[in-house]
Design a protein around this ligand. Structure first.
Ligand code: AHR
Length: 505
């Protein structure tokens, strides 16, 4: 069996992990809102119409932050349609997804859902068809205590306390020609700068995200970030990144290496942010908000009638998809020093780890599990692990390391979690980790193995359905730590979490 090696040392901490990397996304798209988080006629709905089974699964997943209301949807959205008495709210054509929007859920309902789910809202403003005025009014409605037109309107709608939404996205994917009122980098940069400036006049404590690129494959990738940041550097805190992956033409070797693309996008955007920092002579560092990421199979298409909440993009995720999602989580944790926020897209029904039936049950897709484990145990600081070992040949990325690995150390408990993906479709992989520095530094270092949990199996296409959960984490034999070395075997095409207890607290 081939073997990879790495070292774990608390002295090589990359950075503290911001809890907001454990984020998700709820968009008015398909059945994410209606039939997903909200279904007043469902037997498990609470008095506000929210599905309690989805709330329970959201809490189980360990999500901290949820982005809302879009996505492409936000670029044509009139948020004022969805406040106040529900029977007065207009039905609108949502042009982004060719859907009838009833507006039964708006910002007040979403803020209430967030409180129940125990998550922080992350709000996007419409910089497609709208601009400064609508954005500042929304901030006033959400965050101003009272005594002004919009804040008093919120109070009159039953929300006495402000929603206090801290993180705001300045539009969505404005680099994309599919976006309603898509703009070039200069026009978007100027509008984002003006909007950010005005939003901060309403609430100086906001944290603002400028739109970056919709993917690394966009022809404007790089130049878009540079030009937008040259306009906005002084008024924003983060720039966004989006990526979706799928196997192309059955090329699973490249698909399993999708994290290589995500790593490259992260490194490029960090470099661009720092280039602009130098150019505008700023002391401030712009960090990254990877606020849409996932595996996504479906192609976009509009050939349907205008209906409410159509079943769009309800991907059924496989074992291979879950392994890739685990690898993408490694990429996000790997640059904990610069990736401050991340949202897997989306939370429920639409390319999601949670699936529901209208009037029926909710269940966990395969991709639920790497997120749940990374969110529970990938806390504290990321450690630089510097693995070396065999490579796998891929058509898309060339030779890539067979082992994709990151590790975290919880400084309060001394608990270490190693997240490891074996990218070979057919071969197991041995891993030897030098763990002496986590303990006393000697061979009997006080480091104890706790668990090895893995997603693996003979059928890479296995999925979870309503009645049959075929992809669930398996407990493997607890690995051995001997002579200051951890030795563990990773099954072919697998996602793994190995936990250690250490005296490093
Ligand atoms: O998450 C689905 C869609 O993907 C979002 O609306 C858009 O921002 C992206 O293209």
């Amino acid at each position: 069996m081939k073997q990879a090696t790495l070292s774990l040392d608390p002295a090589f901490a990359i950075g503290p992990i911001d809890p907001r990397v454990r984020g998700s996304f709820v968009e008015h798209l398909g059945r994410c809102v209606y039939g997903g988080i909200y279904e007043p006629d469902h037997p498990d709905a609470d008095p506000d119409g929210f599905r309690t089974d989805v709330l329970d699964l959201t809490r189980e997943l360990g999500v901290t932050t949820v982005r809302y209301p879009g996505g492409n949807f936000v670029s044509g959205y009139t948020w004022e349609d969805a406040i106040g008495p529900k029977d007065k709210r207009p039905r609108r054509l949502d042009l982004a997804w060719k859907t009838i929007e009833t507006n039964a859920v708006g910002v007040d309902e979403f803020a209430a859902w967030c409180r129940k789910a125990g998550v922080e809202p992350m709000m996007a403003v419409n910089l497609g068809t709208r601009g400064v005025d609508a954005a500042t009014a929304l901030v006033e409605y959400c965050n101003h205590p009272s005594g002004s037109y919009w804040s008093d309107l919120r109070v009159s709608h039953g929300a006495k306390d402000p929603h206090n939404i801290k993180v705001w996205c300045l539009g969505n994917e404005m680099d994309g020609p599919w976006q309603i009122a898509h703009k070039n980098a200069r026009d978007y940069g100027i509008l984002a700068q003006q909007t950010a400036h005005a939003m901060r006049l309403v609430d100086p404590d906001l944290e603002l995200v400028a739109c970056g690129s919709s993917s690394r494959r966009m022809p404007t990738f790089g130049s878009w970030e540079a030009e937008v940041l040259e306009h906005t550097y002084g008024v924003v805190d983060y720039v966004s990144l989006h990526s979706y992956y799928r196997p192309k033409d059955g090329d699973f070797a490249s698909f399993l290496a999708s994290g290589v693309d995500m790593d490259a996008m992260i490194e490029s955007v960090i470099a661009t942010c720092d280039y602009v920092k130098a150019k505008v002579r700023s002391k401030k560092t712009i960090n990254l908000s990877y606020d849409e990421w996932n595996v996504w199979y479906h192609e976009r298409g509009d050939e349907r009638e205008w209906v409410e909440a159509p079943a769009l993009y309800q991907d059924e995720y496989s074992l291979a998809d879950a392994v890739v999602v685990g690898s993408l989580l490694n990429s996000l944790l790997r640059r904990a020093d610069r990736v401050s926020m991340a949202c897997f897209a989306q939370l429920v029904n639409v390319i999601a780890p949670i699936t529901t039936e209208n009037g029926g049950p909710a269940w966990r897709q395969s991709t639920f599990y790497p997120m749940k484990y990374a969110f529970s145990y990938g806390v504290g600081h990321t450690l630089r692990v510097e693995p070396s070992g065999p490579v796998v040949e891929t058509a898309e990325y060339g030779a890539v390391p067979q082992l994709d690995c990151t590790a975290t150390l919880d400084g309060e408990t001394g608990d270490v979690a190693i997240f490891a993906v074996n990218r070979s479709l057919t071969e197991p992989l041995g891993v030897v980790a030098d763990v002496r520095a986590l303990g006393s530094g000697s061979a009997d270092s006080g480091v104890r193995p706790v668990a090895h949990v893995a997603l693996h199996g003979p059928d890479r296409d296995a999925t979870n359905t309503r009645d049959n959960a075929r992809v669930v984490p398996q407990e493997l034999p607890v690995p051995v730590v001997d002579g200051g070395e951890l030795r563990v075997e990773l099954p072919p095409m697998s996602w793994n979490m190995i936990r250690l207890s250490t005296p490093a607290a």
